[in-house]
Every structure is written in structure tokens, then in C-alpha cells.
Design a binder for this molecule. Structure first.
Ligand SMILES: Nc1ncnc2c1ncn2[C@@H]1O[C@H](COP(=O)(O)OP(=O)(O)OP(=O)(O)O)[C@@H](O)[C@H]1O
Length: 354
């Protein structure tokens, strides 16, 4: 479901019925509405092809809009050239000029504006100091690590004094260890600078770690907007529950519900359970040891097991709980959950009034 962000803080960006059509088929971005609070970290999240990069590029002015509007601090920027919008973009590969020093990379856009060398170098040096790169200002990108290149790319984006920084998969070129380190740096910079960041990612984990507001997209539509805690604890649709992971989707008489895998209990088949809507029978189909917990895969009873069949449900049990009562593949069990652990999953996305 789409939902509006509380209107108490002023919107840095407001997107109204924004649509992008590339051909005659379904739009890549389909009349979306969104408000992004000033000074917040917003992550656009979704599977490949959901329209998140197209949305970001339309905000940046790198992609034309088929219909709808984009407002930055109440100014309609829909038809303005990229350089006049008050946004700056940081790309996946950082797009640094390989033959220029870090200093000249950062100063480049000021050179294009005709600023004299001493002044632009002073501004660039100042920004490099801010991202702890002042001592490496003379190095070319090839002489810098991935994380250092990212800091130069950030300084280069900030030199235009944007109100909104747009980041397109900025961490995907980094190795997993550095990605986690740079993720923390991005978050710290955003808070220190007090700027609005809009960050596109396909990683749920990255969005959860960074975002004040997550925007989950699918098929050109916004499925849900909310804090990581809201999205994880109250996924609004089956798509969001499955995409975020860590949830079971169950068919009940009252419709589909979501229950977190760590909020579901596994109980031996012979144990007595109260009759009611909050339990079901299942068969263990796989047991995965994950260190602090064990993830049990389960199927409905009577479903034939093959080597390629995947578990329909999952239950996370602590290592200690599993050690006290281990479960085996093919064992019949019962699953139970508290009424308050189940939340209904809607099916239809509804647009929000902008
Ligand atoms: N220049 C283009 N011409 C035609 N179709 C395009 C163009 N750019 C994107 N599309 C299509 O628009 C849809 C949305 O693409 P978009 O790049 O916004 O998705 P995405 O969510 O960012 O995916 P990814 O994570 O793979 O980059 C896709 O179906 C894509 O094929």
C-alpha cells in the first residue's frame, strides 16, 4: 500500500503522479506519489526492473518525465536542466576521471563554471578535508582504495552545494566488508551534513541499515513507505513480506497473513495445542545451522519431498532451544503463533493523495 509520510517536517522532495513510459507497454514508473522529508535518509528499494533507478534519474533530471511533477522544497523542478535543480548524483562506479587528481576531480564542476584555479582548489580541498581525504588530494583514482574513491565521489557531488544528494547503488562496486564500513560512513555523513539523501538499492539489508524512510517498489508502483521498523514489522502486502524476507505468508480463512519467522513457535506433534486459528501442522523439510540460531524449513503435511523442493515456511529457533529439543528432517510438528504476531497482507496497492 502506498502511504504518506507524516507532513510535520517539510518535504525536500515531493513526487506527484510521476510516470515514465519507455514504450507502449506498462509504464516503468506508474503514477507514483511520494514525499521525502527534509534532512532524511530515504532508500528506494525493490527488485531489478521495479523502476527505482528510473525514478531517481527523473529526480536528477537525467531522464525526461512522461507525466507528473517533481517539487524540490516546493519549487517545481520537473522541466529544469539537471544542473539547475539543486540535486547532485553519486554513481555506482563513482565515475571519477582516472587521469585527474582527487582535488581536480572534486574541483571539476567549478572549473566548468569558470571559477579561477585558486578559489576552486581551496573549495575542493576544504571538502576533501571534510571527508578525511585532504592528505590524499594529489592522488589519482587508480592510487586510491574503493572506499577512498567513494569519499572523493561524495566530495565531488557536494561541491555543487546540493539540497538533495541522489545515490544510485553507491556501494555495489565495493567488496562486502568495505560495503558495510562505507554504509556506516554514508549514514554518518548524511547526519553531519543534514542533507536529504535518496539512495537506490536492491539490498534489503542495506536499506534497513541506512534509511529513515524506506520506499519499497514493485512493477513501477510503490508498495509501501515507512521506517525500516514499520516495514519489517508490518509489511503491507504479500510482496513486501516476501521481498523483505524473514516472514511466513499464510493462507487463512480471513485472508493472507504474515508472521515473522522468529515469532513462530515450533512444537512437537504429540504436544497438546489449543484448537484455534493460530496454529497448523507441518513437516520439517530442512534444518540449517546458522550459528546463533537454527532455521527450520517446513512443508504442509502430505507434500512430497524432492531434492529440489523448497520449504514453504521457515521458523527460526535459538541455538539453545534447538539443542534442548532438536528437530529432524521429515519430523511431523505443529506451528503456533500469537494472534498479535499475525498481520493481514493486502493485495492491491492504492495511491495516496499527494
Ligand atoms: N532507457 C530505457 N529504455 C527502455 N526501457 C527502459 C530504459 N531504462 C529502463 N527501462 C525499463 O524500465 C523498467 C525499470 O527500469 P529501472 O532501471 O528503473 O529498474 P531498477 O529497479 O532500477 O532495476 P535495476 O536494479 O536492475 O537497475 C525496466 O523494465 C527496464 O527494462
Amino acid at each position: 500500500m502506498q502511504a504518506s509520510i507524516p507532513t510535520s517536517s517539510p518535504s525536500a522532495i515531493e513526487i506527484v503522479a510521476l510516470t515514465k513510459r519507455y514504450g507502449s507497454g506498462k509504464p516503468a514508473v506508474d503514477s507514483i506519489n511520494l514525499r521525502i522529508a527534509s534532512g532524511s535518509y530515504c532508500c528506494l528499494l525493490g527488485p531489478s526492473g521495479c523502476g527505482k533507478s528510473t525514478t531517481l534519474r527523473m529526480v536528477a533530471g537525467h531522464e525526461s518525465v512522461s507525466s507528473g511533477d517533481i517539487l524540490l522544497e516546493n519549487r517545481n523542478i520537473t522541466d529544469l536542466p539537471a544542473a539547475e535543480r539543486g540535486t547532485a548524483m553519486m554513481f555506482q562506479s563513482f565515475a571519477l576521471f582516472p587521469h585527474l587528481s582527487a582535488l581536480d576531480n572534486v574541483a571539476f564542476s567549478l572549473k566548468m563554471k569558470g571559477m579561477d584555479k585558486a578559489e576552486r582548489h581551496a573549495k575542493a580541498k576544504d571538502l576533501l578535508e571534510r571527508v578525511a581525504m585532504g592528505h590524499l588530494a594529489d592522488r589519482t583514482p587508480g592510487e586510491l582504495s574503493g572506499g577512498q574513491q567513494q569519499r572523493v565521489a561524495l566530495a565531488r557531488a557536494l561541491i555543487t552545494q546540493p539540497k538533495v544528494l541522489l545515490l544510485d547503488e553507491p556501494l555495489s562496486a565495493l567488496d562486502p566488508f568495505l560495503r558495510i564500513q562505507m554504509r556506516a560512513e554514508l549514514r554518518r555523513w548524511q547526519k553531519e551534513l543534514g542533507l536529504t539523501f535518496i539512495h537506490v538499492t536492491h539490498s534489503q539489508e542495506e536499506a534497513m541499515a541506512l534509511a529513515d524512510t524506506m520506499v519499497v517498489m514493485n512493477h513501477g508502483l510503490i508498495e509501501q513507505v515507512g521506517s525500516p521498523h514499520e516495514i519489517y514489522n508490518r509489511p503491507a502486502s504479500e510482496f513486501v513480506a516476501r521481498f523483505m524476507g524473514g516472514h511466513n505468508v499464510l493462507d487463512t480463512a480471513a485472508g493472507k497473513i504474515g508472521v515473522r519467522t522468529d515469532h513462530m513457535q515450533i512444537i512437537p506433534a504429540e504436544a497438546a495445542l489449543p484448537d484455534g486459528p493460530h496454529n497448523m501442522r507441518a513437516v520439517v523439510s530442512d534444518v540449517e545451522y546458522q550459528g546463533t540460531y537454527v532455521l527450520l524449513g517446513l512443508q504442509k503435511p502430505g507434500v512430497a519431498q524432492t531434492a529440489s523442493s523448497t520449504a514453504e515456511f521457515s521458523v527460526m529457533v535459538s541455538e539453545a532451544q534447538f539443542a534442548a529439543r532438536p528437530y529432524q528432517v521429515s519430523e511431523a510438528v505443529q506451528l503456533a503463533w500469537a494472534a498479535e504476531a499475525a498481520h493481514p497482507l493486502g493485495l492491491v496497492s492504492v495511491p495516496v493523495a499527494a
